[in-house]
Ligand binder design. Structure first.
Ligand code: HEM
Length: 118
């Protein structure tokens, strides 16, 4: 995807803030965009490495951490579908049924992780 669009971060955050305008001001400390860039990089790492306990623990820990920033667990987990929708839009015909199935499977597991008690 990077070959086609370069950095996907602007499109992803545009979509996030269109869906949840109240979240944009939460990034007030991020004057350079580096926090947003890091957050997205880490979210992609978690998606790629979802079988590892590190990614699972990380998602649980950040869910709690983000409540401290004013981000509810529901909002927190919505980041992943927003990333998927942006990738799907950008890839257009390059988006296959297999790609969709792989995302669906991961999104289900992330939702289960986010809302499990741990
Ligand atoms: C819509 C959902 C989300 C919102 C609104 C959100 C919001 C924020 C905000 C406002 C900050 C900056 C806090 C500061 O001022 O330092 C931040 C940092 C961060 N976010 Fe998110 N976040 C979301 C989802 C996620 C997800 C799904 C992940 C990864 C699993 C993630 C990982 C991070 C990381 C790694 C940081 C850097 C600071 C830290 O380690 O806590 N965020 N997020």
């Amino acid at each position: 995807m990077a070959e086609r669009v370069g950095d996907p971060a602007p499109a992803i955050y545009t979509r996030l803030f269109a869906a949840f305008p109240e979240m944009e001001p939460l990034f007030w400390r991020d004057t350079t965009g580096s926090i947003r860039g890091e957050m997205l990089a880490v979210a992609f790492q978690c998606l790629l490495d979802l079988d590892g306990s590190y990614a699972q623990n990380f998602i649980r820990a950040e869910r709690v951490n983000h409540e401290g920033f004013g981000v509810s667990p529901e909002a927190f987990q919505s980041f992943f579908p927003i990333v998927m929708e942006t990738c799907r839009e950008v890839l257009g015909e390059g988006w296959s049924l297999e790609t969709q199935a792989a995302w669906d499977e991961r999104l289900r597991r992330i939702a289960a992780l986010t809302f499990s008690g741990a």
